[in-house]
Write a protein that binds this ligand. Structure first.
Ligand SMILES: Cc1cc2nc3c(=O)[nH]c(=O)nc-3n(C[C@H](O)[C@H](O)[C@H](O)COP(=O)(O)OP(=O)(O)OC[C@H]3O[C@@H](n4cnc5c(N)ncnc54)[C@H](O)[C@@H]3O)c2cc1C
Length: 149
């Protein structure tokens, strides 16, 4: 392509066109990102997610698939962060434990947890007893410092 004509154009006009192109690009990126779903989690309040599938992976590990509100919903958990799950232990006492979904926001409409269940584990009891159709109370993202306590 012959670009010689550019040498005849006023440099101020060229700068103006370049600024306009960059501004349109930034605007398009902003528009695209603001249209993305903001996710289904609330860091302050628990929300219920229905268990739609349970797959036993080994004698004490199972994959739990939970439905999001719509087939196009995303969980909205940033990579490296985790959720807080609420359940009841074998004594009926409330227990909260952190878990890291194995799905990403590229997985629409559902999220998965792979859970190892310990014989004496308090939250393990909750997951062991969970059946398809029941709901799990989840809040997040749960962010802590670099060291988990
Ligand atoms: C950031 C983060 C993310 C996590 N993500 C996951 C996840 O995706 N999937 C998952 O399965 N767990 C995950 N965990 C662990 C989870 O939070 C619980 O600690 C685990 O499920 C055990 O909880 P519990 O209440 O059943 O056992 P507890 O009641 O806390 O423990 C009771 C007994 O169970 C046994 N036990 C418990 N945990 C262990 C262990 N780690 N190793 C050996 N014995 C143990 C011990 O005998 C213990 O005395 C995560 C933890 C953190 C900090």
């Amino acid at each position: 392509m012959d670009l010689e004509f550019l040498q005849t154009v006023d440099p101020q006009i060229l700068v103006g066109v370049a600024v306009a192109v960059v501004a349109i690009g930034i605007g398009a990126i902003f528009l695209f990102s603001s249209k993305k779903s903001r996710g289904c989690l609330d860091p302050e309040n628990f929300r219920d997610f229905k268990l739609v599938k349970r797959t036993q992976l080994s004698h004490n590990v199972a994959k739990f698939t939970f439905a999001l509100p719509s087939p196009t919903s995303v969980l909205g958990l940033p990579i490296g962060q985790h959720i807080s799950c609420r359940g009841k232990d074998s004594q009926g006492e409330e227990v909260l434990k952190p878990y890291t979904p194995t799905t990403l926001d590229s997985d629409l409409g559902h999220f998965e947890l792979v859970i190892k269940m310990y014989p004496q584990g308090r939250m393990s009891h909750h997951f062991r007893e969970m059946r398809v159709g029941e709901s799990l109370a989840v809040k997040g993202p749960k962010v802590r410092g670099p060291f988990y306590q």
